[in-house]
Design a binder for this molecule. Structure first.
Ligand SMILES: Cc1cc2nc3c(=O)[nH]c(=O)nc-3n(C[C@H](O)[C@H](O)[C@H](O)COP(=O)(O)O)c2cc1C
Length: 215
């Protein structure tokens, strides 16, 4: 039985970008597992999953990240904090590794996937410059972010997405400087503090007439 349209509508209205988290209230492991799965199950172009999600559990690292996020309190106060990182480029080896995993999971011969593999190598690795690939990878991360925010809302778990951060400083703090991955954005998750006045603020949205065009 799917959730009813009105139940989903209520959750969509319930969600807001949480400014003040309850520092004591933690997401339980069952819910956290589903939230991580929402990242893993998010779709990506060709299924390449050009990302890694860093769950920051260490409070000292959270404090350092807060300083690199304009001091935003959600970074340290939320129950959980996830940094979304993506590949700075795309290599033939990465694509071959992905194709090998399709073959393994679906019990197919790698040879039967060579056409798909070559097409990806040609159109991505050989067909785009590094900056375009990086931007493309980063766009994929926002799909995973959307899945995470929506799944949390369905569980009545509060979130705030954060782009108000210094990606270079994050990379240094997280030890990514020499890696293939770079920071894109982050999401803090947990439970709203009862004194967060933003929870009562009306949603500011342009009208459906303005934003949805029918042809
Ligand atoms: C990609 C992205 C980055 C954001 N960065 C921040 C941020 O750094 N800090 C913050 O408090 N809110 C941030 N927000 C929250 C937005 O300000 C908020 O979603 C928007 O004003 C709409 O309000 P609502 O989410 O409460 O409906 C971000 C939202 C998105 C989607």
């Amino acid at each position: 039985m799917p959730m009813s349209a009105s139940e989903i509508q209520k959750k969509l209205e319930w969600r807001y970008a949480t400014k003040v988290f309850n520092k004591e209230k933690k997401i339980n492991s069952e819910n956290w597992d589903v939230l991580e799965n929402s990242l893993i199950l998010a779709p990506s172009s060709y299924g390449l999953q050009p990302w890694k999600f860093i769950v920051v559990e260490n409070p000292e690292i959270r404090t350092q990240l807060r300083a690199a996020s304009w001091g935003q309190a959600q970074v340290t106060d939320a129950s959980h904090y996830v940094v979304l990182t993506t590949l700075k480029n795309m290599s033939e080896d990465y694509i071959k590794g992905y194709v090998a995993s399709i073959a393994q999971v679906r019990g197919q011969a790698v040879e039967s996937l060579v056409g798909f593999q070559d097409m990806m190598i040609k159109s991505i690795v050989k067909g785009k410059d590094q900056e375009s690939i990086k931007n493309w990878n980063q766009r994929q991360a926002y799909i995973a972010m959307g899945f995470l925010l929506e799944t949390a809302a369905l569980l009545e778990i509060d979130t705030v997405p954060l782009e108000g951060l210094d990606p270079k400083a994050y990379d240094t703090i997280l030890g990514l400087d020499q890696s293939d991955y770079g920071t894109v954005a982050a999401v803090a998750l947990g439970y709203r503090d009862e004194n967060d006045k933003y929870a009562q603020a009306k949603k500011v949205r342009f009208s459906k007439e303005q934003m949805i065009q029918r042809v």
